[in-house]
Design a protein around this ligand. Structure first.
Ligand SMILES: Cc1cc2nc3c(=O)[nH]c(=O)nc-3n(C[C@H](O)[C@H](O)[C@H](O)COP(=O)(O)OP(=O)(O)OC[C@H]3O[C@@H](n4cnc5c(N)ncnc54)[C@H](O)[C@@H]3O)c2cc1C
Length: 413
């Protein structure tokens, strides 16, 4: 049974004690909007000043068609304006092998295979929606420094502007990133699988238009992705995610532009045209990391706090967004059932809804990393065969694309 939606600007609210979201990054902010739709009073506590984009770096996020539908339902999509760049074509190639596979939106009967949005632009719109929503209180900069389970839910200790206070939450949602010290303090451990790779992330300028094409190139070091961005000040731009061994990524991050560009061009080949400039570079160590528990009475983990994925398939945030909406919907259902949002049965119901999606996304992402990194002859042969098969077998192509664009999240409302 679906709970009814509430006008988010009017501030009609459910229950005495709020839902407290620890972390106002992309996952936490999206969840807060989803929960407020059902009339919950939500307090978001964010350590940085304002909604965070995960560090205000040059990162962009490839959003699936399903993510677009979710953001439409939250009133976020239309406010992004011309910001999201549609991906009309995906070119997948393997360095050292001729040819490759390409996917076209027309072949799949979609307006676009996905969209690329700059994190800072998305964070700004989420922040605007939160500010306009009477049911959400956004505390920033403020830290949650401790959490203690109590009969009513969770008692949280907050530090804001040099002073501390306590807050009782009916449900605490930890969206505080991949390290999640609060989860650790509650005895929730993490399974970690480091990939021994870093992602070097930067915006790049291209001599000619990218024609809305995303490139994924598999190299012996690991995958290299170039995602199309809208033209800015007459410059053709794209977002680069270059997977490299840690030491090489750090070295490349510090290299003068005139030395780095030929290496990038050499790795990529002529397929995407000439790269004329590279912007600020940031490195991220890559790992698969999963919390050993995602729900407890009065507690749920979301986003990177629940599972941090390799960016190879651009699935981390898309999955976090589907989780966030499924959790909000389970909380919406709890209202009709007369249950508290912190009720373990409600939270388990959420996890059951999302378990298959989470397992499949984590498995496929990890498989891609393992198959498409490395220089062994067996892997190279597999990649070649895999690309050939994708090129020749239409049903396999459709399956692959639906994994990339995936989950036309069947919004129930
Ligand atoms: C290189 C790279 C490329 C990526 N590309 C894609 C892509 O194309 N598509 C995709 O779907 N995903 C992608 N991802 C994954 C995506 O970036 C993450 O899934 C997303 O950022 C998750 O955000 P989050 O809100 O869970 O965590 P974070 O962004 O880490 O936010 C956590 C927030 O919590 C706050 N915080 C922490 N502790 C506290 C505390 N105690 N009190 C208060 N606040 C606290 C922090 O300040 C921060 O703002 C990529 C990831 C990387 C590294």
């Amino acid at each position: 049974m679906a709970g009814r939606h509430i006008d988010m600007t009017r501030g009609e609210t459910q229950g005495e004690r709020p839902i407290v979201v620890v972390g106002g990054g992309l996952a936490g902010a999206s969840f807060a909007l989803g929960a407020a739709r059902f009339g919950y009073r939500v307090v978001v506590v964010e350590a940085r000043a304002g909604a965070s984009d995960g560090g205000f770096d040059a990162r962009s996020t490839a959003l699936s068609w399903g993510a677009r539908r979710i953001f439409e339902s939250l009133g976020v999509w239309e406010r992004l304006g011309a910001g999201p760049c549609p991906i009309l074509r995906i070119e997948v190639t393997d360095r050292g092998h001729l040819g490759g596979v390409s996917f076209d939106h027309r072949e799949q009967g979609l307006d676009a295979l996905g969209y690329v949005v700059e994190n800072h632009a998305l964070a700004k719109v989420l922040q605007g929606r939160i500010a306009a929503c009477g049911a959400i209180e956004f505390l920033a900069p403020a830290d949650v420094t401790a959490a203690r389970p109590i009969a009513e839910g969770m008692e949280l200790t907050l530090r804001q502007g040099g002073s501390g206070r306590r807050l009782t939450a009916a449900l605490t949602v930890l969206a505080d990133g991949g390290r999640s010290p609060i989860a650790a303090s509650l005895g929730i451990s993490r399974r970690r699988k480091p990939y021994g790779q870093h992602a070097l992330v930067a915006n790049i300028a291209l001599e000619t238009s990218h024609r809305n094409t995303a490139h994924e190139r598999f190299t012996p070091h690991g995958p290299l992705a170039v995602l199309p961005l809208p033209v800015a000040d007459g410059v053709h731009r794209a977002s680069l995610v270059w997977t490299l061994p840690g030491a090489v990524a750090e070295q490349y991050a510090a290299l003068p532009e005139d030395l780095l560009l030929p290496r990038l061009q050499g790795e990529f080949g002529p397929g995407m045209g000439r790269v004329t400039a590279i912007g600020r570079r940031v490195c991220f160590p890559l790992q698969l990391s999963q919390a050993s528990e995602q729900v407890r009475p009065g507690l749920a983990l979301l986003g990177n706090a629940a599972h941090t994925l390799h960016p190879v398939a651009g699935q981390g945030f898309n999955l976090a967004l589907r989780d966030a909406m499924a959790l909000a919907e389970a909380l919406g259902d709890a209202i009709g059932q007369g249950r508290s949002p912190g009720d373990l049965a409600v939270l388990q119901d959420y996890l059951e809804r999302q378990e298959f999606d989470q397992d499949r996304t984590v498995f496929l992402t990890d498989l891609l990393v393992r198959l498409f990194s490395g220089q062994s002859a067996a892997k190279a042969a597999f990649r070649k065969l895999g690309l050939l098969a994708l090129d020749l077998l239409p049903p396999l192509r459709t399956q692959f694309v639906s994994n990339v664009t995936q989950q036309q999240h069947a919004l129930r409302r």
